[in-house]
Write a protein that binds this ligand. Structure first.
Ligand code: AP5
Ligand code: ZN
Length: 215
């Protein structure tokens, strides 16, 4: 199964992706995680994207499309994949269509902007795996440590309030139009199947809604 998770920054895409990928046996492909890994490793790509990420802008479409095309040729994508944070613009979505990469499901997780700012200020992540926590809503077993490896959790550079507001603005102008794009594609071609889940409630409640929307 090929799934796209749509939703604002902090809507819970990464959190829910973990459960979906386990349930359906598909890899999570997060362009944000891939870019952050490149920044951390200090590669050419990382150096190129660091500033735009830290200030809440979008990395160029060509660069992202290249990354995705290479990633989905890997063996673990044979049974499908889940895109988390991609596509993010109409040109990125059009590139998938042009490449003949059909998508089965597009799921939007909807959360209001005011909730997002509070969520992101409490977010902590395990950089090695991409596992996501929240100091109040989804705390690790030991404060500041990853549940699986025991390694340190970090706060993302782009989770400052000012940057979060910029990311939300970018989401509304550049990414939100994808909901209509996929509804139009679905009406014309019969695929992908589009669904929307309200993202307010406990992580478990939302997982249940997400899984039932995908089943
Ligand atoms: P990316 O990493 O994709 O960030 P994002 O879309 O802004 O989304 P987030 O990762 O911030 O949020 P999320 O929805 O995954 O929420 P999470 O589950 O962590 O992109 C980062 C940057 O990379 C971009 O700004 C851009 O520069 C670049 N980039 C990436 N992809 C690109 C592309 N395709 N094109 C161009 N540029 C690209 O949850 C958030 C917090 O809330 C956590 O603390 C979590 O524990 C908590 N939480 C989750 N669920 C709940 C709940 N139900 N109740 C309470 N708290 C909850
Ligand atoms: Zn994420």
């Amino acid at each position: 199964m090929r799934v796209i998770l749509l939703g604002a920054p902090g809507a819970g895409k990464g959190t829910q992706a973990q459960f979906i990928c386990e349930r359906f046996g598909i890899p999570q492909i997060s362009t944000g995680d891939m870019l952050r890994a490149a920044v951390k490793a200090g590669t050419e790509l990382g150096k190129q994207v660091k500033e735009v990420m830290d200030t809440g802008g979008l990395v160029s479409d060509d660069l992202i499309i290249g990354l995705i095309k290479e990633r989905i040729t890997q063996d673990d994508c044979a049974k499908g994949f889940l895109f988390d944070g991609f596509p993010r613009t109409i040109p990125q979505a059009e590139a998938l269509v042009e490449a003949g990469i059909d998508i089965d499901r597009v799921l939007e997780i909807a959360v209001a902007d005011e909730e997002i700012v509070a969520r992101l200020s409490g977010r902590r992540v395990h950089p090695g795996s991409g596992r996501v926590y929240h100091v109040d809503h989804n705390p690790p077993k030991v404060a500041g440590k990853d549940d699986v490896t025991g390694e340190d959790l970090i706060q993302r550079d782009d989770d400052k309030e000012e940057t979060v507001r910029k990311r939300l603005q970018v989401y509304h102008t550049q990414t939100k139009p994808l909901v209509e794009f996929y509804q139009g594609l679905s009406a014309a071609k019969g695929t992908p199947k589009c669904a929307k889940v309200e993202g307010i409630g406990s992580v478990e409640e939302i997982t249940a809604k997400v899984i039932s929307a995908l089943d």
